[in-house]
Structures are given as C-alpha cells and as structure tokens.
Design a protein around this ligand. Structure first.
Ligand SMILES: Cc1cc2nc3c(=O)[nH]c(=O)nc-3n(C[C@H](O)[C@H](O)[C@H](O)COP(=O)(O)O)c2cc1C
Length: 294
C-alpha cells in the first residue's frame, strides 16, 4: 500500500471549487490539482519532510469543506475564533502574572483535560509533534517530587553546593522568600500541580526540540491563565531535579535523553491579581521601518 493511502485523503468533488488553496498551503507539497481541477495527493516515501506533514492544513484551509484527511471530517473542526478575540488575547497576555501562592486544592480534572486537549495544537518544528507532556495533577503526588528535590537540595546546600545558576547569595534570598512570596516552598511555590514539556533531544533537530518544549510551556501557561488558573514558569526546581536528583526523571517516567528545562506550577491562586502591571519595554523593540530612515 502506498503511503498516500494511509492519509485517507478524500475530496468531495461536488463541493470542490478548484481554488487551489489546499495545494498552496500543503506543507509537504504532496498535493496538486488533477485533470478535473480537484486536488490529488501523490504517493510519498514517508511522513514528514519526505511526504505529508500530517498538518491537516488542506482540511483547515478548504473554503467549502470539501477535504477530509485521516478520517477527520471538516465539519468536526473547531470554527475560527471571532475577530474580537484579538482584544481578549491582548488582555490575557498583558494581564497574566506569575502566581507564587496557591490554594491547597486540586483543579477540576475537566479543566486540566481541556487545556491539555488544546495543547495538541501547539506548533512544533516540521510538525514533528514529538513534545511529550508530564502532568502531575494531584497535589499529593507533587509532594513526592518536593521531598526528593528538597532532600537533595538541602544536603547539597549544607556543603555550599548549588545548581549551576545558584550561589550562597541566591539560596539565601530564596530562603527568605519562603516567609512571604514563595510561602514555605522556595522551589515549587507550593503549586498543587506541575506541567513539564519534554522531548527527546539529540542529533540534527536537538535545538528545535528545546524550542518545541519552550513553546509548549508558553502555550500551556497562557491557556491555564485563560481558564482562570494561576501559573508559575520555573527553571530553578527543574535545575535541582536535573543536576542534583537525576532519579527524578525515572520517578516521573521521563526518559533520560529527554530535554526538560522548565516546570510550570499551576493551580487556583491564593492571591488573585486585581489588575495588570504597566510594563514599559518599548526601548527594547527594534524596528526597521521606512520612517526610521528619514
Ligand atoms: C525561564 C524562566 C524561568 C523562571 N524561573 C522561575 C523560578 O524558578 N522560580 C520563580 O519563582 N519564578 C521563575 N520565573 C518567573 C519570573 O521570575 C517572572 O516571570 C518574572 O518575575 C516576571 O513576572 P511576571 O511573570 O508576573 O511578569 C521564571 C520565568 C522564566 C521565563
């Protein structure tokens, strides 16, 4: 069987208007318009750069819903967001803030499921979709990781040994923060749940794998905030687990060759924000515009 047949690419000829949009958006360049003016897929060697990218752009772009692929029917796709979404998104991006104090309460599983379901759409280089997510969705399971991380960190700290980005000064500062901002938990900020994006990281695409993870982290963070949760992106606990507690990956069923650099803590905020902040970072935007020349 040809690989093309594995895509189950189908065109409803009664709906196709031969506009060619599918051909011009096909990431894998496996589509062309046939004699009757309808798209057809050529056979290919394998999925990815040598064939179909599994991106489903053909299904998504067809204005008349004539294309189905991978047995997905266009009518089952989510509609596009309304145009006023821009304003909401802008407000979300500008008002989300790191949350470092949480209620000692699990988030409803349906909310976590919804966020994770949407996460499938986070972009990955070459549409590899190879990022994996580890979610600790029960506060009691988080405690197991806390215990491991703290026992390693504290025994190293007694010898003035820290992770690469830390020192006596920073450790001291973080310890002080346990009295207020990171209530009793300098590492995980008492978050009842943790999210970790990780991916096998080796060879030609190793750098892309890291970027995929970081993009997934950002998507998760925004989605969680959109659902009213508090979040904190954290590198310090990840550093402790990677550098001082290598057994943590095994505990979390994360393969040893997977990149993981950031942990997102999330849950219901104990201290919700009342308004946004007013950052002023315009000085850091470098624009190459025509006006600048004059
Ligand atoms: C890569 C990265 C690593 C971070 N690591 C930590 C961390 O280990 N612990 C922590 O409390 N906050 C951490 N933060 C949160 C930042 O300190 C926070 O984003 C910054 O203070 C700005 O606050 P805002 O997110 O509310 O705008 C991290 C953020 C990023 C982007």
């Amino acid at each position: 069987m040809g690989m093309e047949q594995k895509t189950h690419f189908k065109v409803d000829k009664s709906k196709c208007i031969s506009c060619g949009k599918c051909v011009n958006t096909c990431s894998g360049m496996v589509l062309s318009l046939g004699k009757e003016g309808c798209p057809q897929m050529r056979d290919f060697e394998r999925f990815g750069w040598r064939g179909c990218w599994r991106c489903q752009h053909c299904l998504a772009v067809c204005p008349t819903g004539a294309i189905s692929i991978f047995d997905k029917e266009p009518e089952n796709s989510l509609p596009l967001p309304p145009s006023e979404m821009g304003g909401y998104m802008e407000q979300l991006v500008m008002s989300r803030r790191s949350c470092r104090r949480y209620l000692d309460k699990n988030v409803e599983p349906q909310t976590i499921d919804r966020i994770l379901n949407a996460m499938q759409a986070a972009p990955t280089g070459g549409n590899s979709s190879s990022v994996e997510y580890t979610v600790i969705d029960d506060k009691n399971r988080v405690k197991e990781i806390w215990q491991l991380a703290y026992s390693k960190m504290e025994s190293a700290a007694r010898k003035h040994i820290y992770t690469s980005s830390f020192s006596d000064f920073y450790y001291d500062k973080m310890k002080q923060s346990e009295k207020t901002v990171r209530k009793d938990d300098l590492l995980f900020c008492g978050a009842p749940h943790l999210f970790i994006a990780h991916e096998k990281c080796s060879g030609k695409w190793a750098e892309d794998s890291k970027v995929n993870c970081n993009i997934a982290t950002a998507y998760f963070e925004l989605l969680a905030n959109a659902f009213g949760l508090g979040t904190i992106i954290m590198s310090y606990p990840a550093d402790v687990l990677i550098e001082l507690a290598p057994e943590a990956k095994k505990m979390l069923h994360i393969p040893p060759d997977h990149y993981m650099k950031l942990i997102v803590g999330f849950g219901y905020p104990e201290i919700p924000y009342a308004r946004g902040v007013q950052k002023d970072r315009k000085a850091k935007i470098h624009r190459y515009s025509e006006q600048e020349r004059s």
